[in-house]
Design a protein around this ligand. Structure first.
Ligand SMILES: Nc1ncnc2c1ncn2[C@@H]1O[C@H](COP(=O)(O)OP(=O)(O)OP(=O)(O)O)[C@@H](O)[C@H]1O
Ligand SMILES: [Mg+2]
Length: 276
């Protein structure tokens, strides 16, 4: 099981879009994927069409009141989601009273190492809170998502400084990678910025760049990964290329055909009577 988090303290740079659709691309390759929504805004949860009711969600897992297997649900695209609700923000306040609150997710995920191949963590737009700390402690790889827009390079350098400092304090530090998103190759500014990013970050950057695509916005609105909305779209091509690059990093060949999981089923439940 490999745990990868998508981070940046900058809001709206494409973290959630990358998390959901990269998860979709990996699931389409037959990887067993769990997407964890670590953002109280719950955008990844919404982007996969999940409406939280009374069932346990990530907050209960972090509190140690529920297992990942009880809270994870099957969502469109043949993957699993550990959903968030807006009361996830309460964990920031509660954490002062807990022992090792930054390690709660890592502990919870350790029990699932035989269940999943890839765990993708969608982080909130900050790197200093206890939720981001949980993500980074649980991660083997942290991917800094960088929008190819104004001030992106400055923001990325700043974020990297903070992340590198956090890494130094960890016993098992995560690997750092960079992913360029929201790329519009028609603009000279974006093309030049991409070159500058490659010059600055070198081999740490994914070769794959996620281009702007209206399909990604539409898919989020419909509550599905883009692979289900428009398999022929360039967004699907981009995330497939990212999956190829990611899976080629080591010997982790796709295991099987995509899993055919009925949606709305809890990971270890025997019935699918509960549905959103
Ligand atoms: N490649 C893309 N092409 C077109 N639209 C995109 C792309 N990536 C993201 N968007 C859109 O940009 C907006 C912000 O994206 P997203 O929610 O993924 O960012 P975020 O970094 O997760 O934001 P936050 O920091 O608030 O969590 C959304 O409306 C999303 O649909
Ligand atoms: Mg987000």
């Amino acid at each position: 099981m490999h745990v990868l988090s998508l981070v940046n303290q900058k809001g709206g740079c494409g973290k959630t879009t990358a998390a959901v659709n990269f998860a979709g691309a990996l699931a389409a390759r037959g990887r067993r994927v769990l997407l964890v929504d670590l953002d109280p805004q719950a955008h990844a949860t919404m982007a996969l069409g999940w409406a939280v009711q009374d069932e346990p969600v990530l907050l209960e897992v972090l509190r140690g009141k529920s297992g990942v297997d009880e809270a994870a649900v099957a969502v469109p695209g043949g993957m699993w989601l550990l959903p968030a609700s807006d009361d996830l923000a309460e964990f920031e306040e509660e954490s002062g009273r807990l022992l090792n609150p930054e390690s709660a997710l890592r502990r919870a995920l350790q029990t699932m190492s035989l269940e999943f191949d890839e765990v993708i963590l969608d982080c909130p737009p900050r790197v200093d809170g206890v939720l981001a700390a949980n993500a980074l402690r649980a991660s083997d790889t942290a991917v800094l998502v960088v929008e190819t827009g104004a001030f992106a390079l400055q923001g990325a350098v700043k974020a990297l400084k903070i992340l590198n400092k956090m890494r130094e304090e960890l016993e098992q530090p995560f690997e750092m990678r960079m992913l360029a998103t929201l790329f519009d190759r028609r603009t000279r500014f974006a093309r030049e910025l991409l070159l500058a990013m490659h010059g600055r970050f070198g081999a740490d950057m994914f070769d794959t760049v996620i281009r702007t695509s209206v399909r990604l916005r539409e898919a989020a609105g419909l509550g599905v990964p883009v692979q289900l909305l428009d398999p022929a779209s360039r967004a699907v091509d981009d995330f497939a290329a990212l999956a190829t690059e990611w899976l080629g990093r080591e010997s982790c060949a796709p295991t099987a055909a995509p899993l055919d999981i009925p949606e709305g089923v809890h990971l270890h439940s025997t019935s699918n009577s509960w549905a959103p």
